[in-house]
Design a protein around this ligand. Structure first.
Ligand SMILES: C[S@@+](CC[C@H](N)C(=O)[O-])C[C@H]1O[C@@H](n2cnc3c(N)ncnc32)[C@H](O)[C@@H]1O
Length: 435
């Protein structure tokens, strides 16, 4: 028997002598997935048109991600995941693996925020920074006398906006890395030390003298969740937010769209077809492995490259979201609007900041192709092989975001798709972000 153990997950071997078993992907992992338009369309499809199936046979090694019940386990084989009856599998013992010391890689993560490089990039991102300023400005009257927590304040920009544009009673600016010492100086330099108190420490560990009326944070990563700073926000929300208080952002959505990416495909893959009049195609499998295995982060898709209308595949409500919900399943159904080559899926996110006033309007920060580019750019998931699609075709499937069981800031994105509901014209690919 082979022993492959992935840290805290474990592998199991199917031991019952059954020829073949199929497990359907269960819906309902994410109560808030999919847009209503998408939901309606999906509900009209026969189930097998869009649900990927986990098939396995005796002797297969499955990776078990979770044991939600004693009868059914959530497991993966070749990038497809689904529920598997626990009775047909046997666990391989983990004899060698020690738990890692720093699964959050805090030294590296917070280390990257103690120099100016990232802060310059973030502060130079006008769409991002102005969105937060706009929120504070729009809510300046409601913020008067309120207690605010700015989680992960960095250089303190959001706290400074609060002090400059509103009159909160206090802003607790919490920052884990040593940038906090400079933030204190910036607060003083701008004359706001009466209002802004900088606290250096992890939000999970610091003590505030009181609960807060507003929890504001800029926690979003590539593909919305990458780096999982959101977990710190959820813990702080549950610990420090007063009843009925405000969380900014208040909700978030991940959007997906199938795209044509001629330029990128030509640069990384078609290039090998005949450089200098020679046939270099034997290098294409290597190119696929090297350039298309991981997502491409800094991609700026043009609206004209989208083959269909984008759809929200995952929606998070920051008031009710739980840490366990961060492993989410979203569904999509795209109707192809123009014929072309389907090279990749592109993802981006949008966040909303609800107004503190009943009649006030929400502020939106959209990182998609029809908005001003932000430093997040967009995340591109390249298919292994391009597919020709025609206007009127459907592309349906699922996206699953699953955290790396060891490295808690990393995740895997599983994509499964089918063209026109066909059981043959299907694809499945797992993208590690970043391990
Ligand atoms: C994306 S940056 C945002 C910085 C700043 N709020 C801004 O908008 O420019 C996130 C910041 O949060 C800090 N941070 C992340 N997780 C934290 C935690 N659990 N406790 C305290 N600070 C944290 C990081 O060190 C980093 O400076």
């Amino acid at each position: 028997m082979i022993h492959i153990v992935l840290r805290w997950d474990f592998h199991v071997v199917v031991f019952q002598p059954q020829p073949h078993f199929q497990s359907l992907f269960k819906s309902g992992q994410n109560p808030s997935s999919s847009s209503s338009r998408n939901d309606d369309a999906i509900s009209r499809l026969p189930a097998l048109f869009y649900v990927p199936q986990l098939s396995f046979s005796s002797g297969d090694m499955l990776l078990v991600h979770a044991k939600p019940t004693s009868e059914w386990w959530w497991a993966e084989l070749h990038g497809v995941i689904g529920y598997v009856p626990a009775s047909v599998i046997r666990q391989e013992p983990d004899e060698e693996e020690e738990p890692v010391e720093d699964p959050w890689q805090d030294e590296e993560y917070f280390g990257s925020y103690k120099t100016l490089k990232l802060h310059l990039e973030m502060l130079s991102d006008k769409s991002r920074t102005e969105a937060y300023r706009h929120v504070i400005f729009n809510n300046s009257a409601a913020l008067r006398g309120k207690v605010v927590m700015d989680l992960g304040c960095g250089t303190g920009i959001i706290s400074l906006f609060c002090a400059q544009l509103a009159q909160p009673s206090v802003v607790y600016a919490v920052e884990a890395c040593s940038m906090a010492a400079y933030t204190r100086q910036l607060v003083k330099q701008n004359g706001f030390e009466e209002v802004v108190t900088v606290l250096q420490g992890r939000a999970e560990e610091i003590q505030l003298p009181e609960k807060v009326d507003v929890l504001v944070s800029e926690w979003m990563g590539s593909c919305l969740l990458f780096e999982f700073m959101v977990e710190s926000v959820l813990l702080a929300r549950d610990r420090w937010l007063k009843e009925g208080a405000v969380t900014w952002p208040s909700s978030a959505a991940l959007t997906l769209v199938p795209c044509q990416a001629d330029g990128y495909y030509a640069e990384k893959m078609a290039f090998w077809e005949h450089p200098y009049g020679l046939d270099f195609t034997p290098l294409q499998p290597l190119a696929r492995q090297e350039f298309f295995t991981k997502p491409r982060f800094s991609h700026l898709v043009e609206p004209a490259e989208c083959l269909a209308a984008p759809c929200h595949v995952i929606r998070l409500d920051m008031y009710t979201l739980q840490i366990r919900d961060l492993e989410v399943l979203g569904r999509f159904l795209f109707c192809v609007e123009r014929s072309g080559i389907f090279h990749e899926f592109t993802a981006w996110f949008t966040v909303h900041f609800n107004s503190m006033e009943a009649e006030g309007s929400a502020v939106e920060l959209d990182t998609g192709p029809s908005a001003e580019p932000t430093h997040w750019k967009r995340t591109l998931f390249m298919l292994d092989r391009p597919v020709s699609v025609c206007a009127g075709d459907s592309i349906s499937g699922t996206i699953v975001l699953r955290r790396n069981p060891v490295w808690r800031r990393h995740m895997n994105v599983f994509l499964h798709w089918s063209i026109n509901g066909s059981t043959e014209d299907v694809g499945t690919k797992t993208f590690p972000m970043w391990r």
